[in-house]
Write a new protein. Sequence first.
Length: 437
Amino acid sequence: MTASSSSQIPDQPFLDALNRLDLAAEHTSIPGEALQRLKHPQSIAEVNIPTRMDDGSLRIFKGYRVRHNDSRGPGKGGIRYHPEVDLEEVKALAFWMTCKCAVVDLPFGGAKGGIIVNPKELSPLELERLSRGFIRTLGDFIGPETDVPAPDVYTNSMIMGWMMDEYSKMVRKRTLSVVTGKPIPIGGSLGRHEATGRGGYYCLKELEAKQGWKPRDIRVAIQGFGNAGQHVARLLHHDGYRVVAVSDSKGGIYHRDGLNVPELIEAKNRRTSLQEVYCTDSVCDLTKADFMTNDELLRSDVDVLIPAALGGVITRENANDIQAEVILEMANGPITSKADTILSRKKKLVIPDILANAGGVTVSYFEWTQNRTGWYWKQEEVNSKLAEIIQRELDALFSVMQEKQLDMRTAAYVAALNRIGEAVGCLGTQSYYQQQI
Ligand code: NAD
């Protein structure tokens, strides 16, 4: 895989997502009209953000925020800064957030946002003006009880802090719970930074217990060495797993005995801090190991493959070559639906994104709760509550898989749709009104 993955993202990711919805719906009791609602995002904001550049010129950046469905609570979902942000993809990501929040039973609906920008080309001050401008332009499209953003690809806690600060200025009161993933001193939660990786790690620990794995025997490859990828790598390495390959946008490295993950993270982050907001260094420069491309990493001979970068990287072109028996989807939508069919035929176990990376939104929920109560939790409390939720829901999915003879992704959608269907049903469906007449 090269630095740009646009050619691998399905043309119509939202339609791709709806295909999966229809497949799963056959196994649920969801009312037809609830399904109908899920096929149409509830509201879409398309904004143009005028931004003053350091040389005095003005640039207009395009951004989106999609609120997919708020039947179960306020919209919740990240904001992505990337040159390939596109509305169809944001709609798909918002749809997945609706399902993800339902799978882990959080009182949220789904939303997502993004700006078409290459943030690595902006100075920190330009980035701040753009981020604050996005919030001003969105206006009351977001809010603690309407829609609550969080970080995603190439956005971080400092950007979330700027966004919370700008919103607070707009409404003239400190409103910590409008955004999650903030820095700790301004309302962030302990454990949020690593929560996405930690949630994925808890999924694998459950599997370890169920399948009797010995960590040293398990070889892991991770595509993407950012927030999600680094933390799952660190936790697995700590438990003795052999993380044999990792990559970033510039390519990957491989060592058959396992890489020294803490050293790699330390070196990469040391250089990042020199770059102030973004890492522009590649893991390829940091450790003595063999070089491999992103595509080779996906096809490598490992036991567990963790796509933790962008969507649409496992397609019908490379799905037949995937050797890993277990795929943990830390990224959102890394496997297209056609590839999914191939992997399912090959009896691969895919732990789907809507559970595998739900650790982030779960601790975002904890952050939102702490902001609203003013009572802040210790890191151990955050971790143990997260572990309890992930283990509970993974176990529930195994039961659905067995009972209905489904793959884990379909089981996850079934669980999500049943919960969303219940919420929609509480406000009345056609059958309710017909009985009243
Ligand atoms: P990040 O910006 O911290 O890291 C992204 C990583 O992907 C970087 O290492 C980057 O170099 C790499 N990358 C970018 N383009 C690539 C390419 N074409 N090929 C290979 N690697 C590439 O982002 P993140 O927060 O770690 O998010 C990664 C994935 O996890 C995304 O799909 C995101 O939606 C998903 N996710 C993140 C969170 C979270 O809380 N951070 C929560 C849920 C899901």
